[in-house]
Each structure stands twice: as structure tokens, then as C-alpha cells.
Write a protein that binds this ligand. Structure first.
Ligand code: HEM
Length: 411
């Protein structure tokens, strides 16, 4: 059976044949189920909405791999590819728990705030306009909207956010593309990571020396270090690294998924044009219908925990399946398979929930709200270059992405 292990445990595939159908299958296995991931690693998964919220907000589940029995006791296969997507070093925000995590969140709250990121609006508009201009000469040919637009623009936005020069962020973009390509070898991976670490370390030192001249995220973080219990340079550097890792690919996928949903549901595109539905509603419904992270690994039980009539044992791993939870009828109504920006029912948790809820949500919403209307204004007849069913999925795990998104901008 392609969907169950020999003992009946549901399988999670990196690239399911039909991502939407796979979400439904896992929803039906819920609310809480054992799963087997590629490579044979087993965990629990929440695949309904309320149980996902409850566990994300339960301090008995923690992020530190110190609490993962299979990992600590050597049962996770050596070189398991998905290990790269789990923070194993207890240094960054995503891996910290309790008071050290709260401290880091508090110290970075203001730099991430909607008010601070709103400053970027004119720069995002400029970056987008330039990226659209660059596409004009090939507007009537097939091109990959992902590599040529939805990947590039958010990378440039992060460059602007950090206050680095354009030449620098082009270079950063290339390094991150390699880091996330999935085909980069482990040695090369480590080398890039080391280069980025050094680069961000130098950026912090450079900005600190001329702090008065800077009004950007990096400078904000440095300023947040000036009170007694403030951030160390190492923590600032790690935050800069984490933000690109957590915030770039996710935004790329949000932008790509909105365009895809609108091309699948042209009547919604038409309603957008007539002003019958807002871009905000379209973006929020895309976050539910096709979440940028299909699932999120892991939290670990610090004690035996009873949920939904089952016991998650101390040391066991739990993942949140956002894609399946977004099919929850109790939250979203009877037709969760439909892309309906006027659903008017339910609140997605695609930015997470509880203490680790995404601090980058205001920036991604700001970006989507600027970049997408500009894209469709410039190229109102934008079409897929292949039928939707032929789009090739790169991954439907933590990262929910297509390999390419071939379109013709001006057929
Ligand atoms: C955390 C989703 C964009 C920075 C998270 C989490 C989710 C998420 C689900 C929670 C992880 C967990 O519970 O383990 C998304 C989505 C995005 C997006 C769907 C785009 C559509 C961004 C952006 C940034 C960012 C643009 C930075 C500017 C972070 C950081 C964390 C995080 C630093 C870790 C927070 C913590 O562990 O306390 N994101 N994110 N994200 N996100 Fe985002």
C-alpha cells in the first residue's frame, strides 16, 4: 500500500502524487496519528485544527532535540536528510524553549513589528517594479516565474531589510538558493553556512561601528543589544541567519501559491479585478488552502501526555501537519478543498500558533500585498505554460514548493 507501512502506520511522502488529496488523506487519519516519514523515522502528527493549536501552545512539548529519545539514543539513521530541517544546536530562536526563548522573542519584537517593516513599503515597490521591468523582454515567452520573480524579489527585500548593498544581496541570494536546492552536497552545505555566518558576523561589526548612520533591521537588533540583558553579537548573527532560513523560502512559496490558486480559480481573479474580493482575503485563503509550510517538525514530549485518547510518550516527536489541519471541517466549513477567499469561517494557523508563532508574518503579508497586485496589474493575462496538473512538486514537507512555475506573462 502506498499510504501505509506494513503495520498500518500512515506514510508521509516527500513528494505525494497529489498534494491536496494527500492533505485530505492525512486529515482523515486524524486528529492525532502516528506517521512514518521518508527514511523510516516515526513520529506523531496532529492533522486537525484544534489539537494542532493545543499542542503548539502546550509547554510540555519543547523544541530542543535534547528531549528526542530516538535521536539521543541513535535510532535516527546517520545522515537522515530531513535532519537538516530540524535545529539541532539549541542556538537559534526556533530551537529554544521557555525563558531563553521568551527573552529572544522580546528583544526582537520591535524590529519585526508591523510598524517597523512598513518602512520597507516604497523599497518593496521599487524592487518589484524593477523585477517586472526585467521580465518585459521575455513576456511573451515561457519563463519560470519562481526562479525569475517569486524567488528573487523576497531575497532583495531581505537585503533591504538588513541594510546590505545590492551586490551583496545578489550574492546572498545565490548562496541561499544553493543551500535550499536539495541537490547541494553536505560538505558544500557546511561551507556555505560557514561563509554566511562569517558574512553576517562582519555585517554586525560593520554596522555597530557606524550605528548612527543606519536605520534597518540589523541596526535595530544592535540597538536592542544595548540594554543590560541585551542580545550578544552572536545572537544577532544567528537571528540574521535564521530569518533568511525561516523567511525567504516561505515567502517565495506564498507568492507562488497565490498565483497558482488564482490561475486555478480564474473567477476569483476576475472578482479581484472588479474589487469584489480583496487581495488580503486572497492571501489569507491561500495560506489556508496551500500553506507555505505543509508541515512543521518537531516538538518533543517532556513527559507522557494524554491527548485525544492516545498517549504520546516522553521523548517522542510530534509534528504539526498544517496542510491536513487546513482541511478541518469544524474550523473551515464543509468545502475545505475549494479555494474560497470569501469563506468567512475559520482562522488558519499557517504562521504557527503559541510561543513560536511566526514573527515575520507582518513582513510576508506586506510583501504579498504589494508584489502580487503589481504583478497582475502589469501582466493581467498571465497564464500557466503547462496544465496545472503537470506542475512538478519539489517538496510537500516542511517546505511546500514547486520545482518550477512555468508561465507566459503576456500571451
Ligand atoms: C516561525 C511560517 C515568513 C521568520 C514560523 C513558524 C511558522 C512560520 C509556521 C512557526 C514554527 C514553529 O512553530 O516551530 C511562515 C510563513 C511565512 C513566514 C508561512 C510566509 C508566508 C517569515 C518571514 C520571516 C520569518 C518573512 C522573517 C522576516 C520566522 C522566525 C521564526 C518563524 C524567526 C521562529 C520564531 C520562533 O521560533 O520563535 N514561521 N513564516 N518568517 N518565522 Fe516564519
Amino acid at each position: 500500500c502506498p499510504f501505509h507501512a506494513a503495520d498500518g502506520v500512515p506514510l508521509i511522502h516527500a513528494v505525494p502524487e497529489d498534494v491536496q488529496a494527500d492533505r485530505e488523506r492525512l486529515y482523515q487519519e486524524g486528529p492525532l496519528t502516528r506517521v512514518e516519514l521518508p527514511g523510516g523515522v516515526r513520529a506523531w502528527a496532529t492533522t486537525h485544527h484544534e489539537v494542532s493549536k493545543a499542542t503548539l501552545n502546550d509547554p510540555r512539548f519543547v523544541k530542543s532535540v535534547d528531549h528526542w529519545a530516538d535521536y539521543q539514543e541513535g535510532r535516527v539513521p546517520e545522515g537522515w536528510p530531513l535532519l537538516g530541517t530540524i535545529p539541532t544546536d539549541n542556538t537559534n530562536m526556533l530551537a529554544l524553549d521557555g525563558a531563553p526563548h521568551r527573552r529572544l522573542r522580546q528583544l526582537t519584537a520591535s524590529p519585526f513589528s508591523a510598524r517597523r517593516v512598513e518602512r520597507l513599503r516604497p523599497r518593496i515597490e521599487r524592487i518589484t517594479a524593477r523585477a517586472l521591468d526585467a521580465l518585459e523582454p521575455r513576456a511573451s515567452q515561457t519563463l519560470d516565474l519562481k526562479s525569475e520573480f517569486t524567488f528573487r524579489v523576497p531575497m532583495a527585500v531581505i537585503g533591504e531589510l538588513y541594510g546590505v548593498s545590492e551586490a551583496e544581496y545578489e550574492n546572498l541570494g545565490e548562496m541561499y538558493a544553493k543551500l535550499f536546492s536539495g541537490t547541494t552536497e553536505e560538505g558544500e552545505h557546511l561551507r556555505i553556512y560557514h561563509t554566511l555566518f562569517q558574512y553576517f558576523g562582519e555585517l554586525v561589526a560593520r554596522k555597530r561601528a557606524t550605528l548612527d548612520e543606519h536605520d534597518d533591521f540589523t541596526a535595530d537588533l544592535i540597538r536592542a543589544s544595548e540594554d543590560g540583558e541585551g542580545l550578544t553579537d552572536m545572537e544577532i548573527t544567528l537571528t540574521l541567519l535564521t530569518v533568511v532560513a525561516a523567511g525567504h523560502e516561505t515567502t517565495v512559496n506564498l507568492l507562488t501559491n497565490v498565483v497558482r490558486a488564482l490561475l486555478r480559480y480564474p473567477e476569483q481573479l476576475e472578482r479581484l479585478r472588479k474589487g469584489e474580493v480583496t487581495w488580503d482575503a486572497v492571501v489569507e485563503e491561500t495560506l489556508r488552502y496551500d500553506p507555505p509550510n505543509n508541515l512543521m517538525m518537531f516538538r518533543f514530549a517532556t513527559e507522557d501526555i494524554e491527548i485525544e485518547g492516545q498517549t504520546i510518550k516522553k521523548g517522542e516527536a510530534l509534528l504539526t501537519h498544517y496542510g491536513a489541519a487546513s482541511r478541518d471541517r469544524a474550523e473551515f466549513g464543509d468545502d475545505p478543498e475549494v479555494f474560497d477567499p470569501d469563506r468567512g469561517k475559520g482562522r488558519h494557523i499557517s504562521f504557527g500558533y503559541g510561543p513560536h508563532i511566526c514573527p515575520g508574518a507582518p513582513l510576508s503579508r506586506l510583501e504579498a500585498g504589494i508584489i502580487l497586485p503589481m504583478l497582475f496589474e502589469r501582466f493581467p493575462d498571465l497564464r500557466l505554460a503547462v496544465p496545472d496538473e503537470e506542475l512538478v512538486v519539489a517538496s510537500a514537507l516542511s517546505v511546500n514548493s514547486l520545482k518550477e512555475f512555468p508561465v507566459v506573462l503576456r500571451p
